[in-house]
Design a protein around this ligand. Structure first.
Ligand code: PRX
Length: 651
């Protein structure tokens, strides 16, 4: 597998800092003990974590029921996620947390709110009662399409309180994308806002929901948060203002005693077909996984202010802005806007203002800040930081070193965490008090996680050869399926090797056994840490009246990791050129959202295909990256096509 052979030759090693290790929640001894237990009996390890880190109304009867590829964890156990994230911090020996900040929220215009645990509890109960009043029952789906405001976390926790299953759709997705997700999940209620602030302006959301809900027969009600005060139209009987309903609602609502396998949320992610997959997560296993990993990997202490910069619309936000930190009783920071608004130092000003101790962000953001210049972080006091994290894509060693030196002042360990929407929580990661790090490597699997890199025959790949990243034992936070599509679940993740989860990433292990994740090996692209399927963009393009055929590939980009390049053949009569390219870009934005907008559109008379008619993506990737095409091209239907695409004369 030459394509996933690593080109990295990174040899720098950073040993855990002794002072950090002394105070770490999990020190070397704990980690060694847990690794041993996790290796011999993942079930016993995770049962111990579930007992120690999660509160249960009634205990489980069986730790794991594994009928590949379907897993059930903590079978028969009863619990409630909002109880774990709220009530247990208000009672008994934890009662002092009542007035501790649960959420520190800052809006882009500079307004802020600090919400204590007691207050958050009241708001969540109120909204749970609001939903009950709108007829929402256990098992119903609720779609959340919101900016990064506290009401989003409140709505999530309120769903968990009554056993409604939330489906959050990132606010950057278009009306069309929202409509498809609402219909696929069969959501009865949509919670949204008039808008949110981005780049200094109000970014309207409600009109997109109105557009989407023209064709969503399942939606009965809509609740709208007033955030920006922009004008919106409210449909009588269907639409309600959040503040009006909340003013009437009681602040007490008992948490539902839910089965460990009760559906907690659906979160859509790209797949290798045009249709996004509704990844299903359930209650007990997911909460055990995110609570344990947040405590161990981020070394969360009661005195910490933790900031995960992800939008809650992505899995990182679900697990490490909301559920992981709150279940641990920590203080979590939420920021509404863009990193560079009003100025390029906004993040660093936030860290200084709120005394952030732990920062968890994505390599694409780090690369953007490198380009903006060191003077911005250097103009703020970042000495409160004690730990840094990275997620979402491979971090290049240069970015790692910059993050360590300029943001972490050379003193903060970095945890480079590998995981996915499907895994629910972090899977491969350093433990900051125990594991030596190498820039660019996510190091070793978390205890109880059985990860491996396999070659095509299913044998562990031998260094320096790469292979496919897999997980060989079920884990508690794992997806339980694709909503409404068990067949696709099997095919997508479990058909490559027997009883083994196929992650879709290429990786290799070095002599220490460290994992180096190289990126997607399927038809998915990772744009700024967000997954976009090539097929999704292609089907958006071909739905435009002037497009005959489209092929989409990624090319390396210094900031976003990968940039989208679309090769398009236009229909007879349509004129190739800047005007059509601009029209296609906005068409894709309308169909999917701005994150899927191609960076380059190249018009061509034909696409290179094999004799059987399959588009030769490998060649297109080379062309997009400006490389000489390598490898065998003998199956090309028409070699001239390739020459024309490259823009050279030879054929
Ligand atoms: O390709 C891997 C990459 O992001 C993919 C998962 O994307 P998503 O489901 O959107 O979840 C992102 C946040 C968990 C993976 O298949 N990825 C994630 N973390 C890393 C990574 N690649 C390399 N190193 C990482 N630390």
């Amino acid at each position: 597998m030459p394509e996933i052979k690593s080109l990295l030759k990174e040899e720098r090693v950073f040993e855990p800092d002794a002072a950090f290790a002394r105070q770490a929640n999990w020190n070397k001894k704990t980690v060694a003990e847990y690794r041993k237990l996790g290796a011999t009996s993942p079930k016993r390890f995770w049962a111990k974590m579930a007992r120690e880190n999660v509160s249960w109304f009634s205990p489980w009867k069986k730790v794991l029921d594994w009928k590949p590829p379907f897993a059930k964890w903590f079978v028969g156990g009863k619990l409630n996620v909002s109880y774990n994230c709220l009530d247990r911090h208000l009672e008994g020996e934890n009662a002092w947390r009542r007035n501790k900040a649960a959420i520190i929220w800052e809006g882009e215009p500079g307004d802020s709110r600090v919400i204590t645990y007691a207050e958050l509890h009241r708001e969540v109960c109120r909204f749970a009662n609001v939903m009950k009043g709108l007829g929402i029952k256990k098992g119903d789906r609720v779609a959340l399409y919101m900016p990064m405001i506290p009401e989003l976390a409140i709505a999530m926790l309120a769903c968990t309180r009554i056993g409604a299953t939330h489906s959050i759709v990132f606010g950057g997705f278009s009306a069309e994308a929202l409509r498809d997700r609402i219909n696929d999940a069969g959501a009865k209620l949509v919670v949204t806002a008039d808008g949110g602030f981005r780049k200094g302006e109000a970014f309207p959301l409600k009109p997109a929901v109105d557009e989407a809900c023209k064709k969503t027969p399942c939606v009965e009600n809509m609740v709208v948060v007033q955030r920006c005060g922009n004008r919106v139209s409210m449909k009588r009987r269907r639409d309600h203002w959040w503040h009006e309903l909340m003013a009437e609602a009681s602040p007490s609502c008992p948490p539902a005693k839910l089965d460990a396998e009760h559906p907690l949320f659906i979160l859509y992610t790209s797949g290798t077909t045009g249709k996004p997959k509704g990844i299903l997560h359930t209650t007990g296993g997911y909460l055990t996984h995110v609570t344990t990993t947040a405590k161990a990997i981020f070394d969360l202490k009661d005195s910490d202010v933790f900031w995960c910069t992800a939008d809650i619309g992505w899995i990182t936000g679900h697990s490490y802005v909301v559920y992981g930190p709150l279940s641990n009783g920590a203080t979590t920071v939420m920021y509404e806007g863009t990193p560079t608004s009003p100025g390029p130092d906004r993040w660093w000003a936030l860290i200084e203002k709120w005394g952030v101790n732990i920062l968890y962000t994505a390599p694409t953001a780090i690369r953007t800040f490198i380009r903006l210049g060191d003077e911005h972080p250097k103009s703020h006091d970042l000495s409160s930081l004690r730990l840094l994290g990275s997620v979402g894509e491979p971090i290049n060693p240069e970015a790692w070193i910059w993050y360590h030196r300029v943001i972490g002042g050379g003193r903060c360990p970095i945890v480079d965490t590998w995981w996915q929407t499907e895994t629910g929580g972090i899977m491969i990661t350093p433990l900051p008090g125990a594991v030596a790090t190498k820039p660019g490597s996510a190091t070793l699997p978390f205890p109880g996680i059985h990860a491996e890199v396999l070659d095509q025959e299913g044998r562990p790949a031998k260094a320096p050869n790469g292979g496919f990243l897999v997980l060989q034992h079920p884990w508690p936070g794992m997806l339980r399926g694709i909503w409404g599509d068990p067949k696709r679940y099997r095919e997508q993740y479990w058909s490559q090797y027997p009883d083994t989860y196929f992650a879709g990433d290429g990786a290799h292990r070095d002599r220490r056994g460290y994992f180096w994740v190289m990126g997607r090996i399927d038809d998915e692209m990772n744009i700024s840490g967000h997954r976009i399927g090539t097929m999704e963009v292609e089907s958006a393009l071909v739905s435009h009246r002037d497009v005959a055929e489209a092929a989409v590939v990624g090319r390396p980009d210094a900031i976003t990791g990968t940039a989208i390049v679309a090769f398009v053949t236009q229909k007879g009569g349509a004129k190739a050129g800047d005007a059509l390219a601009a029209a296609l870009r906005s068409h894709v934005t309308k169909q999917i959202g701005a994150i899927a907008r191609p960076a380059d559109i190249r018009f061509t008379d034909a696409l290179p295909k094999t004799r059987s008619g399959k588009i030769m993506r490998r060649l297109l990737r080379d062309v997009a990256a400006g490389k000489k095409t390598a490898g065998d091209t003998s199956t090309l239907e028409d070699l001239n096509v390739l020459a024309a695409l490259r823009g050279d004369d030879e054929s």
